[in-house]
Design a protein around this ligand. Structure first.
Ligand code: HEC
Length: 110
């Protein structure tokens, strides 16, 4: 490749990069659907806590549509949300939510 070709290629490249850099950043207007799923009511403290923390990333349908599972599954599920998916739920609340889900949704506790 001769020098003038190289220069013209770089000019094209610079033009492209310039166009990308100057493209305006559009604010995305995303409307999420209204949450219609509700957790099974309970007087356990973890019920309130789950309503506060477990709605951050996805619908509560993720809880309600699980097949019948033992309490241990629910404890592991909450731990997974924190350790694998990075849910910023404080340790004491993790305990309360696990207890609530284990007792309310666990099929081995009734
Ligand atoms: C930081 C974001 C985040 C928070 C907060 C969160 N989750 Fe999740 N959750 C996820 C992701 C990501 C998935 C996997 C989604 C997928 O596979 O489509 C998931 C999936 C699930 C599932 C489906 C089964 C599975 O393991 O994939 C259940 C049940 C669930 N979450 C329960 C909960 C509960 C209960 C809480 C509150 C303690 C919670 N989540 C809080 C991110 C979160």
């Amino acid at each position: 490749m001769n020098l003038s070709k190289l220069a013209s290629h770089s000019a094209v490249l610079c033009g492209l990069l310039g166009a990308l850099a100057s493209a305006p950043a559009h604010a995305l207007d995303i409307k999420l659907p209204q949450e219609t799923s509700q957790l099974k009511a309970s007087t356990l403290a973890g019920y309130q806590s789950a309503n506060a923390w477990c709605v951050m990333c996805h619908s509560l349908d993720y809880v309600n549509t699980q097949p019948p599972m033992p309490a241990a599954f629910w404890h592991a599920e909450v731990a997974k949300m924190v350790k694998v998916y990075g849910a910023p739920i404080p340790e004491d609340q993790v305990k309360l939510i696990s207890e609530y889900l284990g007792k309310t949704y666990g099929n081995d506790q009734k």
